[in-house]
Design a protein around this ligand. Sequence first.
Ligand SMILES: NC(=O)c1ccc[n+]([C@@H]2O[C@H](COP(=O)([O-])OP(=O)(O)OC[C@H]3O[C@@H](n4cnc5c(N)ncnc54)[C@H](O)[C@@H]3O)[C@@H](O)[C@H]2O)c1
Length: 266
Amino acid sequence: METGKRLIGKVAIVSGGASGIGAETVRVFAAHGASVVACDVNEALGQSVVDGICQDGGEAMFRTLDVSSEQQWAALVAEVEESHGRLDVLTNIAGISGRDPSQNIQPTLTAGGVLEDQSLEKWNQVMEVNATGTYLGTKAVIAPMRRSGGGSIINISSICGLVGSFGNPAYHASKGAVRLFSKAVAIQYAADGIRANSIHPGFVDTPMTEPGHANPEVAKMRLEATPLGRFGTPRDVAMGCLYLASDEASWVTGSELVIDGGMTAN
Ligand SMILES: NC(=O)c1ccc[n+]([C@@H]2O[C@H](COP(=O)([O-])OP(=O)(O)OC[C@H]3O[C@@H](n4cnc5c(N)ncnc54)[C@H](O)[C@@H]3O)[C@@H](O)[C@H]2O)c1
């Protein structure tokens, strides 16, 4: 095994791979020797991430995928298994905040309105991508991972899946669902050598948080709530994904990896 590279020989699917945490995870996985399939609804951005990796000698391809479509998951996973012969890692990163774009100023730590201001339509939209998308992706990879002799499923939850806040109950509910769904999968498929864990990022600088962090009042509030005194970077979270994807985590399943600058320790 080449020294330093931790995913050599592994085939990984990364949803949400076009932007932010997902794009960085695709880059880190490829840099560590994985053959990566990045998928996202944003085709132009996703393709540019993959092009950059291939130019640097990495192995990656992009496929357009809406994580809320069971048919699209089935087609993607079948294609990957056929072209790569195996599937070792699934990282469910695609997600939406459900934040109303017209809400330029958010008065609290969390983007989005309180319960009474959140419509059923918004609730369903957030649950469909964050929770149902994770369920569908996970369900689609179980059989191929079993055929590969095991695998690692990494689901991006949030600190919002651990604690509540003053806004966006749908986002909290969706991320809480991801947390316990991961534990259920861990128990149900441990005998198949399939591990499932959740990751709980705090406030990370990405396009998702840009509108909030561009507001000095919100940025100040969030930084003051973060003991390590800075926002996370996509790489901070991608390195957690790398650990859980690697064989170094072969005894780790059903766990919650909190990467939040100490925020929820308080
Ligand atoms: N940024 C943070 O502070 C933070 C904190 C905790 C958790 N998270 C979670 O991390 C994940 C990545 O977020 P990010 O901050 O990198 O945001 P981002 O907006 O940069 O990336 C999210 C990606 O998901 C894709 N996506 C959205 N809906 C999709 C769908 N239906 N099918 C396929 N792809 C879809 C988007 O196109 C985008 O590329 C999300 O699940 C988010 O909830 C982010």
